[in-house]
Every structure is written in C-alpha cells, then in structure tokens.
Design a protein. Structure first.
Length: 245
C-alpha cells in the first residue's frame, strides 16, 4: 500500500480526535474556585445543623434547640437554614426561659420532715436572695405535732432588735405592708410572725417579699429579699393537728 495514500487518512483521524477532545472539554463545568468551595461547605454545615435543630424540636429538648438555633442564625445569617430557624426559635426560647425561671424559683425552697423535740416537724425554708452568703436569713414555715403552725425569720446570733411586738416594714410585689412580729423569749436569733395564717395567704400569691429589719449587732439596718414565687404548698407536708395537753 502506498504510504502517501495513508497520510491524508491519518491526518483526518488526528483532526477528528482533537475535535472530540475539544467538545468534551467544552461540555464539562468549570471547577469551583476557592470561594465557591467555601460557600458549598458552609451550606452543607448549615443543612446538617438544621437537621439537628429539627431533631431537637421533635424530642422537645428546648435547651439544646435554643443553643443550636442561635448558633445557626449567628453563623449562617443569610442561609435558608437561618430563615427556617427564625420561624420557631422565638417561641422555643420564650418557653425555655419561662421553664428555667420556674425551675430556679422552685429550687430556692427546701422541704423537710423530721423528728423534733418529741414530735414531728415539717418545714418549708427559703434563704434570702439579699443579703447573700454568710449574711443570709432564712424564712421558715413550720408545722409541728405539738407546737402547731408558725412562720419566722431565722438569722445569726445575736439576732434582731424587737421589743415586745414590732412592726416589720415590708413590701409584697412592690406594695407596702406592715408585718407584726415578736422575738422569742428563749433567745434564738429569730423573729416570729404574729399572724401566720395571714402571712401564708399573702405568700402564696406573691412573687417577691422584702422585709426591713434591724440587727442587734451594731443596730444595723438590713433589707431582706425573698423570691417566693416557687413555693409549692403541696410539698409542705402536714403533720396533723397539735395534740391536746
């Protein structure tokens, strides 16, 4: 076969191959640049976090849902994920905040039942929010099988200034009231509330009670603050009526 006859055929085959290669390259999408790759990665992260947020909503884990939702909105503010989260996050956050505050207030109270002075004593006790630390003063609700029901403040020795009956200037949710009290004759650092029934009725409707007292130590004036809104009467156990002597 004449080699000169093959040259045009080889050229035609080579040209066709180059044309096919060119068409193949033109049909492929260009590789994403660094900015596009970063955007794709962020979108994938947002989608994964959104899926986690949806799962947290399904299992009613408000605490983690609020944390995840805030993170999505902060990290991916212009994403579809952030827009979806913002439709539910405000209500979830409100519900979680209210539940957390209710839990905090209820945990300020301590309920105990124990033997005491030949009988049984049931107490509901809350510490003052102000003052705090070692200067805290307890507000105690007490029931005793022999002594009956009482309400009193209990602090540190030498106790409070109160000669005979004394009026404690107080506020209940901002409204001024006067609470009559007396110091126990046995010398404990306490102030006994005269009308325990009226005080308890007031307490069960209150959120915050303040009481202005005077300490024996240096005649120091002190305002006691109690966040009483978490009181649960059902948890303050009854002990029966006092036994007749």
């Amino acid at each position: 076969m004449n080699p000169s006859f093959l040259r045009p055929l080889a050229g035609a085959l080579l040209g066709g191959a180059l044309m096919l290669a060119g068409c193949s390259q033109q049909g492929q999408a260009p590789a994403p640049d660094a900015a596009q790759q970063q955007a794709q990665s962020r979108n994938a992260d947002a989608a994964r976090n959104l899926d986690t947020y949806r799962q947290l909503l399904r299992i009613h884990n408000d605490e983690m849902a609020v944390s995840m939702g805030k993170d999505i909105v902060k990290r991916f503010p212009d994403s579809d994920a952030a827009r979806e989260v913002q439709k539910t996050l405000p209500d979830i956050e409100k519900r979680y905040t209210e539940a957390s505050e209710k839990y905090r207030l209820s945990n300020l109270w301590l309920y105990q039942v124990s033997p005491m002075a030949g009988g049984t004593q049931s107490t509901a006790t809350i510490q003052s929010s102000q003052p705090s630390g070692n200067d805290r003063v307890q507000l105690v609700l007490r029931r005793h099988t022999s002594w009956g029901q009482s309400v009193f403040l209990y602090g540190r020795k030498p106790g409070f200034v109160c000669r005979g009956n004394c009026a404690i200037a107080s506020t209940v949710d901002g409204k001024s009231v006067r609470i009559m009290a007396f110091a126990p004759s046995t010398g404990e650092p306490a102030l006994m509330i005269r009308d325990d029934k009226a005080f308890l009725a007031m307490l069960q409707k209150a959120k915050k009670i303040t009481m202005d007292v005077t300490l024996v130590d240096g005649q120091k004036k002190q305002t006691l603050v109690y966040e009483v809104g978490g009181f649960d009467p059902a948890r303050w156990a009854g002990v029966g009526k006092p036994k007749k002597k």
